[in-house]
Design a protein around this ligand. Structure first.
Ligand code: PHE
Length: 358
């Protein structure tokens, strides 16, 4: 820092030089203000010189006073310059510390998406709703009565092992043991008996009461391999009326499959089977005429005509109400729709797998 070129006495010249170099060594505003006090403060060297003028003759006072003032101005100029320099340095330091690289990619929040099972679940609801089916929801912790007994599957019957599940260490107010429901079939009884209570009014109005419902949901069984997991998803279908037959089941299920897989190039096969709650019972197999699985028969559902004992347990007259039920694996349908060969991939939560469906 150089002091302005002024014509000064040597003592003043030295003071200005000293001030300039003292200011130059400061690195903070506080240090600078301290240095200033040494020259311009109450006991600073310039102030002392001013005081010394009292003894001078008037003529001398004038020239000396002017010289001291010029020296003071020079010191003030050096001070202002240093103040600015320190400010600039501080700003520069801040800019460095808070530097932003505006060319870096921004932080993004990834778009979420529905799980493939949820997508398929919604798709199933949508298709059945378009065929006039109601959608019902029910408890996953279910009583023995709704899970088995009401479905014509009494305690100790060997058919119970077909749907072996997890038992819960609790007894309901109804005195029943409880389990994790092994199928969504309990909803047949729950939904239909709720409907049955309204039937009298509907009959009185001259309407033909009907039960037409699907019950999708989580289900549980003691199973774990590539095509079975202890928790899985089912959709139960139930259609009861005065004149509902196996023919309606075939048409309903075929139309569902065509809509679900978006192709007419498939056929169904009803293979005789056994379930306690239906008589006769069948497995529904599907065969695609094209694509990865072309020609293979794949099991997608159990089904049958609802057993009269089950109709009775719904509070309906089995002489009057007849119809069908089916229970399909939602996961199985998802595997076929998306070409997934290991069911467990749906439940491992690997984002690389899941993001393919978003
Ligand atoms: N509930 C049966 C099962 O899970 C499937 C089924 C439902 C069969 C309805 C017939 C009628 O195995």
């Amino acid at each position: 820092m150089t002091a302005p070129a002024v014509n000064l006495d040597t003592d003043l010249e030295a003071i200005v030089q000293n001030a300039a170099s003292a200011f130059a060594t400061t690195t903070t505003p506080a240090e600078l203000e301290n240095a200033k006090a040494q020259f311009l403060g109450k006991s600073g060297s310039v102030t002392a010189l001013m005081r010394g003028m009292a003894q001078l003759a008037p003529e001398e006072k004038k020239t000396r006073g002017a010289a001291i003032n010029r020296a003071k101005q020079a010191i003030e100029a050096a001070l202002t310059a240093r103040r600015q320099a320190l400010k600039d340095a501080e700003l520069e330091r801040q800019l460095q510390a808070e530097a932003l690289d505006v060319t870096l990619p921004g932080r993004q929040r990834g778009a979420g998406a529905l799980h493939p099972i949820s997508l398929v679940w919604e798709r199933i609801e949508h298709i059945f709703a378009s065929m006039g089916f109601d959608v019902a929801n029910g408890p996953e912790i279910e009583s023995d009565w709704f899970s088995f007994t009401a479905l014509n599957n009494p305690p100790n019957h060997p058919a119970r092992s077909m749907q072996d599940t997890f038992y819960v260490d609790m007894q309901g107010e109804d005195g029943q043991p409880y389990c994790l429901r092994p199928h969504t079939s309990p909803m047949q009884i729950r939904y239909a008996s709720a409907r049955a209570r309204k039937y009298a009014a509907e009959l009185a109005r001259g309407e033909t009461p009907e039960v037409r419902v699907i019950a999708p949901g989580r289900t549980y069984r003691v199973d774990n391999d590539a095509t079975h997991s202890p928790m899985f998803h089912q959709v139960e279908g139930l259609w009861l009326g005065e004149n509902v037959s196996f023919k309606d089941l075939k048409v309903t299920y075929l139309n569902f499959c065509r809509a679900f897989f978006e192709t007419d190039k498939l056929q169904l096969r009803f293979r005789p089977s056994y379930f306690p709650f239906t008589e006769p019972s069948a497995e529904i197999d599907i065969q695609f005429q094209e694509g990865k699985n072309a020609g293979k028969w794949l099991e997608v559902s159990g089904c049958g005509q609802v057993h009269p004992n089950v109709v009775t347990n719904m509070g309906l007259d089995p002489e009057r109400y007849i119809g069908f039920a089916f229970g399909s694996g939602i996961d199985r349908l998802a595997m076929l729709r998306y070409g997934v060969s290991d069911l467990r991939q749906f439940f491992e939560g690997d984002v690389r797998f899941l993001e393919q469906f978003s």
